[in-house]
Design a binder for this molecule. Structure first.
Ligand code: AMP
Ligand code: ZN
Ligand code: ZN
Length: 302
């Protein structure tokens, strides 16, 4: 029987990547310490910052919101209703119940009234659904945070997400993306600071934290993510992790430590303001305005 390294009670959790056995109580403590250490390591924010946590109703973002609140940070939630049928209704419910249970502020934004639902938008765009959805979410998260006076936007991206993106960008040596793959993106003209405090926590670790903390989260994956290549990349990395625990963490952390500083040196921004809406953009017309224009021209055809 494995015992908790802290209190010698029966261990409930064994973390392969860290070779660590912990009871439930000490696992929760370990997780929160790890989040706190990551925040400090990358100088993400302090207790003085007003943080907006983007919550999807899933285990990562709700665990993040829970841990930040317990650690004494000022964190409000922000949920974007993507209009993906039952999946969106259920996830909104999870985010709302969490906020009510802990007396926290949750802001919501309805994509259908801002632009159009994800099912509608993706039907007019031939890019993969996840990339359309990702760019629309990033746009509204940033706009909302800035307009409401939040200085930091935190997302629940975990080690599995970050290492899978790193893997994909490395396979194609996508240097422009690699240059921006850092858990803190500093504030810039029109952009609030973006942070990923769970970047060194695996998906399994965040699910464990959610379960042991009694967080009720949506378990279903978004129906639109089915078949996404990022899922394949996560599977390959998990197979490597299975054979050699700690692989994902090493891959990601060593990139940040050894490669990122070299890439950053050569970094040159290409930021401008969208000619239509004035939000920051890499092109003269931002992604969301291009989607809006597409929607208008499609509707005119009908
Ligand atoms: P995903 O892009 O679904 O992998 O989610 C990554 C992160 O984006 C989550 O951990 C959340 O912080 C945030 N997020 C995803 N979906 C939503 C949503 N509907 N509303 C607000 N934040 C979201
Ligand atoms: Zn213990
Ligand atoms: Zn625009």
């Amino acid at each position: 029987m494995r015992k908790c390294v802290k209190c010698n009670k029966k261990a409930q959790v064994y973390l392969h990547a860290h070779r660590l056995s912990l009871c439930g109580e000490h696992y929760i403590e370990w997780f929160e310490n790890r989040v706190e250490r990551t925040i400090k390591e990358f100088r993400m924010f302090t207790k003085k910052n007003k943080i907006l946590v983007a919550v999807s109703g899933g285990k990562d973002s709700l665990s993040l919101w829970h841990a930040l609140t317990k650690l004494g940070y000022q964190a409000d939630g922000f949920y974007i209703n993507l209009g993906i049928g039952e999946y969106s209704q259920k996830s909104l419910q999870k985010a709302k119940s969490f906020a009510e249970k802990y007396h926290l502020t949750l802001h919501t934004l309805d994509l259908s009234t801002e632009i159009a639902s994800i099912p509608e938008l993706t039907s007019y765009d031939n890019r993969p659904a996840c990339s359309v959805c990702g760019s629309v979410k990033r746009y509204y998260m940033n706009k909302f945070a800035r307009e409401k006076g939040y200085t930091v936007l935190a997302t629940g991206h975990n080690l599995d997400d970050e290492s899978a993106v790193l893997f994909a960008n490395t396979l194609s040596w996508n240097v422009e993306y690699l240059k921006r793959q850092y858990p803190v993106l500093p504030e810039d003209d029109g952009f609030v600071r973006k942070v990923k405090p769970l970047c060194k926590i695996s998906e399994k670790e965040s699910a464990l934290y959610a379960v042991l903390s009694g967080i009720d989260y949506i378990e279903e994956e978004c129906p639109f993510s089915e078949g996404a290549t990022s899922i394949d990349h996560k599977i390959y990395l998990s197979q490597l992790e299975e054979k050699s625990p700690g692989t994902k963490l090493r891959f990601y952390s060593e990139f940040l430590r050894k490669m990122y500083p070299l890439l950053k040196e050569s970094s040159k921004g290409n930021l401008q303001k969208c000619e239509v809406c004035g939000e920051p953009s890499n092109n003269s017309i931002c992604n969301v305005c291009r989607l809006k224009l597409k929607l208008i021209s499609q509707k005119e055809k009908i």
